[in-house]
Ligand binder design. Structure first.
Ligand SMILES: Cc1ncc(COP(=O)(O)O)c(C=O)c1O
Length: 389
């Protein structure tokens, strides 16, 4: 069955307005930064247009009542009972990561996180002169290595940054994993920041915010949320830190004061429209993404079984281990030879130079073309190295 996203043409999305489509020359298929190539929901377009007919002066900076209503309703599906004071709206999720690190750790102190991880986690720690306490995920299925977690924790560690669903592996953590992690956080008296930006991009139905497990874990967790991954509105800029613990939020606000700004009137309007009116668009888009995920899984199993691959359970990101085929430096090699632009695994943790992250939120046609280019060039390289032996 065909889908309107199948007709998407590179020439319609390419342009200087898009970092994804302007970083590389035109002969490169860009499957890197986490934007989808799909048009946004008409509910969001209509809301943006309508919003422009009213004042675009400063909004209520602690959150427009409509936005607070929409977030409160959205989070209630996991049992959150939020009031305005429990929500800190801001211009994105990354400012939440940075202000949490500043608020909840001292200079030089360790901050725990799992690698591989979305690079701003590491930047928020390193660029503020804290140290990264790495807990590598087990490569077999990208499970949490709880034994290593217990071994590596130090008495100075007060903060853990967590990602659910996980970028870049696409894991959607199961309830038992979240329960075990929550026990760990409580036992070691940590504050947990859970970046749940990809929450709605779940192929399993298992997604659960860790803060929803109990009052005890909720009181020491900040959940970072936003519309930009699921509804493809990253260029508008919007996010929020949500917690039942108002004191933690206040500490973050103090840390972010003067640096973290409010979501604009347009991004707030888009966010409300996303929750109120874009659920049909979201369902359809997630189904298309799941189809792309399945296509990718079948393609790799058939054409390039040497690539280490975990079928993502959510997000639109796939984490590919090219070490057996290309050694380190896979991203640069694939850019030069296959003309496919991917994210370099080295940015996700020092051990991951042989990995790449592939964004499959494009048309099936472009995805197919990119994968065929990769398979063709990698197979030619393998043939050359065999005949040279
Ligand atoms: C896990 C995660 N957190 C945060 C961000 C960026 O959020 P924002 O653009 O709202 O700062 C991304 C973007 O891909 C992401 O994947």
């Amino acid at each position: 069955m065909t889908h309107p996203y199948d007709d998407l043409q590179a020439q319609n999305v390419r342009g200087s307005h898009s970092i994804k489509w302007s970083l590389y020359p035109e002969d490169v298929i860009p499957l890197w930064v986490a934007d989808m190539d799909y048009p946004i929901s008409s509910a969001i377009v209509d809301a943006l247009e309508a919003r422009m007919t009213r004042s675009v002066g400063y909004p209520q900076m602690t959150g427009d009542p409509e936005l607070v209503r929409a977030i409160t309703k959205h989070m209630a599906r996991w049992g959150f009972q939020l009031e305005k004071a429990h929500i800190w709206p801001m211009s994105g999720v990354v400012p939440g990561l940075f202000s949490a690190v500043k608020a909840f750790s001292q200079g030089g102190a360790p901050v725990l996180t799992q690698v591989p991880i979305y690079p701003p986690f590491l930047m928020a720690i390193r660029e503020q002169n804290r140290t990264v306490l790495e807990n590598p995920l087990l490569e077999d299925g990208y499970k949490i290595d709880f034994e290593a977690l217990e071994r590596s924790i130090t008495p100075e560690t007060r903060l853990m940054l967590f990602c659910n669903p996980h970028n870049p592996s696409g894991r959607v953590w199961k309830r038992d994993e979240l329960e075990r992690l929550a026990q760990f956080v409580i036992r070691h008296d940590l504050i947990l920041v859970s970046d749940d930006l990809h929450a709605e991009l779940d192929f399993t139905g298992d997604y659960l915010p860790i803060a929803s497990l109990s009052a005890e874990i909720s009181s020491r967790t900040i959940t970072l949320i936003g519309p930009c991954k699921a509804y493809n509105t990253a260029g508008l800029g919007a996010g929020a830190a949500v917690s039942s613990n108002v004191e933690l939020l206040e500490r973050m606000k103090v840390a972010g004061h003067g640096f973290v700004s409010f979501p604009t009137v347009l991004s707030q309007a888009a966010w409300v429209a996303a929750y109120d009116g874009a659920q049909g668009w979201l369902e359809d888009t997630v189904a298309y993404l799941k189809g792309n995920r399945d296509f990718l899984s079948e393609f790799l199993a058939r054409e390039l079984p040497q690539i280490g691959y975990f079928a993502p359970e959510g997000t639109y990101l796939a984490w590919l281990d090219f070490r057996a085929l290309l050694g380190n430096g896979a991203q640069a090699w694939l850019l030069e030879h296959a003309k496919v632009g991917l994210n370099d695994g080295a940015a996700y943790g020092e051990a991951y130079a042989g990995f790449v992250r592939l964004n499959f939120a494009t048309s099936r046609t472009l995805l197919t073309e990119a994968l065929e280019r990769i398979a063709r060039t990698v197979r030619a390289r393998v043939r050359e190295s065999v005949s040279a032996d």
